[in-house]
Write a protein that binds this ligand. Structure first.
Ligand code: TEU
Length: 539
């Protein structure tokens, strides 16, 4: 594969630094913990790592509240640790993507503190969205993503905009100083050697300056990203992305290869998402339609076709995502009734054995599809959502501050079990327990317990990634559906000589003869593929 295309088929592993590995034993993951596990990631067989925000932050939204874009949170380490991580990862053939959070910062950011201190009408306040209101009500009816209004009033009567938590004031992207600051931040990290950025809420920076209200839905301001929404998917975001693409392209012709962006934008349908990955904008975008799809043949096939049709039309690769730090882990989702799959934790009956079986099948489907693929830390271990975290340890603002009835997003952020038979399972060596408690029944899920067991979830991932690297049909390219597949069976070929069959029906399926099995998510007997299983065939 040519160097300039590395990102078009990369398997990227998401590290949530707080919960990955804790080298200094303070109960919180850190940069040196990631460094210590780089050999594990290289052996797993991924191409790149994306690290969720690691910047100085009060961690009121897990680090998506950035107080300084050019440093490392002291809880996680130092800039020198980050430099060492980048060097060591590159030496192992792993690329490093980091998280850019451009829509908002933390209320601890010095420019926001200066804006508060400088008062009404000051140039400092122009960097954010400060407004007066006449009637004691917020300037618009916009809802915050985490609940409540998107405006917070301060002592002098002005309000500031925060599309997320009150601790996350929105930047004013119409201001040249903000634009230039982010140019400099990109260069700061590109110069340190990072291979790219995941762009947080890539569809939100630009706002309609007229600040119109949003329509009501069931009497409440809508949360829909409808076409024309004043703070999502505004035309101005594309100007920003084009500017960033030009900066990345300045670094393209180096031995390291191109520096790239992946957009986080929860935008459907794929026609809208495709606007973000036109040739002079971001390189790729997470495909959340696949994450949201139920374990259902018709739905999955529609998502696959619709995604590839629209992304390929603008020359972008497709990407496939099953879980991340914001969603209920897919082992748990797939163990539920489809209608309840994305509901809150602890309230829906879940069959975790069924979920694990489907997660195995889904992993082989994901890795056989054309384009790039994402693995969220712990997916490769088959971790379930932790649904019974005690209320007093919950940390996520969608729980704490929003009054939501769901338990927020902590259940997918529980620290990784590495080894041993009881918490902290090798997560940290210190006396302090992990920042979120781990279940007592995870001994069989540790990386250590699964290594060397040929039937483990981890071994399946390793085998799949090895074949994916070696087989000429996998990675980028096209797929052709087999028209004679039985109902509720997804079957496609990829040239040269590769077939993937996923049995989502409720009966076993006899495979066509004369095909060699490369890998299967469940044992096959006499050429029969069981229910909820995937097989890779050499044809
Ligand atoms: O998430 C953006 C986003 O749209 C989320 O609100 C998402 O819809 C929700 O979490 C689904 O449950 C990004 C980050 O991934 C998230 O962790 C941050 O909290 C958020 O931005 C604010 O920076």
């Amino acid at each position: 594969r040519p160097l300039e295309d590395w990102w078009r088929s990369a398997v990227v592993y998401q590290v949530y630094p707080r919960s990955f590995a804790d080298a200094d034993g303070d109960g919180t993951g850190d940069v040196n913990g990631i460094r210590a596990r780089l050999p594990y990631l290289a052996e797993l067989g991924v191409d790149a790592i994306w690290i969720s925000p690691w910047y100085p932050s009060p961690l009121l939204d897990g680090g998506y509240d950035v107080a300084d874009y050019r440093d490392i949170n002291p809880e996680f380490g130092t800039l020198a640790d980050a430099d060492a991580l980048i060097t060591e990862a590159h030496a192992l053939g792993l690329r490093i993507l980091i998280d850019l959070v451009p829509n908002h910062c933390s209320w601890d950011h010095p420019w926001f503190k200066a804006a508060l201190a400088a008062g009404k009408g000051s140039p400092e306040r122009d960097l954010f969205w400060f407004r007066d209101s006449e009637d004691g009500k917020p300037p618009t009816n916009w809802p915050a993503a985490f609940g409540g209004p998107a405006w917070q009033q301060i002592d002098d009567g002005q309000w500031y905009l925060h599309l997320f938590d009150i601790s996350q004031p929105d930047w004013n992207w119409d201001h040249p100083k903000v634009i230039e600051e982010f140019d400099a931040i990109l260069r700061f990290w590109f110069d340190r050697g990072v291979d790219g950025f995941r762009i947080d809420v890539a569809d939100s920076m630009a706002k309609d300056p007229a600040l119109p209200d949003v329509p009501l839905h069931n009497g409440e301001p809508t949360r829909e990203k409808y076409v024309g929404n004043p703070f999502y998917d505004q035309p101005g975001v594309h100007t920003i992305h084009q500017r960033w693409r030009a900066i990345a392209d300045e670094y393209a012709d180096t031995p390291q290869g191109p520096r790239v962006f992946v957009a986080e934008a929860w935008l459907s349908p794929a026609e809208r998402l495709a606007q973000y990955v036109r040739p002079n904008e971001l390189h790729s975008a997470f495909n959340f339609d696949a994450l949201r799809a139920a374990w259902d043949a018709k739905e999955l096939r529609e998502v696959i076709d619709h995604t590839t049709d629209n992304l390929w039309a603008v020359g972008a690769p497709a990407t496939w995502v099953l879980s991340n730090h914001d969603t209920i882990r897919h082992r748990t989702r797939y163990g539920r009734d489809r209608k309840d799959a994305l509901e809150g934790a602890g309230v829906v009956p879940t069959d975790l054995e069924l979920g694990l079986r489907r997660a195995r099948a889904a992993a082989l489907l994901e890795m056989a599809l054309p384009g790039g693929a994402y693995i969220y830390q712990g997916d490769e271990l088959g971790l379930p959502e932790v649904e019974d975290l005690p209320e007093d340890v919950l940390d996520d603002p969608t729980w704490e501050r929003s009054g939501h009835t769901v338990r927020g997003r902590d259940g997918c952020r529980v620290p990784i079990p590495w080894s041993g038979t009881e918490p902290p399972y090798g997560f940290g060596a210190g006396t302090k327990q992990p920042w979120l408690p781990q279940p007592s029944d995870w001994a069989g899920l540790t990386a250590e317990a699964q290594t060397g067991d040929p039937d483990s979830h981890l071994s399946l991932y390793k085998a799949a990634l090895k074949i994916r690297r070696e087989h000429p049909a996998l990675g980028e390219g096209r797929l052709v559906w087999d028209t004679d597949a039985p109902a509720d069976v997804l079957s496609f070929t990829r040239e040269p000589g590769f077939r993937c069959v996923v049995n989502l029906s409720d009966a076993p399926v006899t495979l066509p003869p004369h095909q060699q099995v490369l890998l299967a998510s469940e044992p096959l007997t006499d050429g029969v593929l069981p229910v909820d299983a995937t097989v890779w065939l050499e044809v």
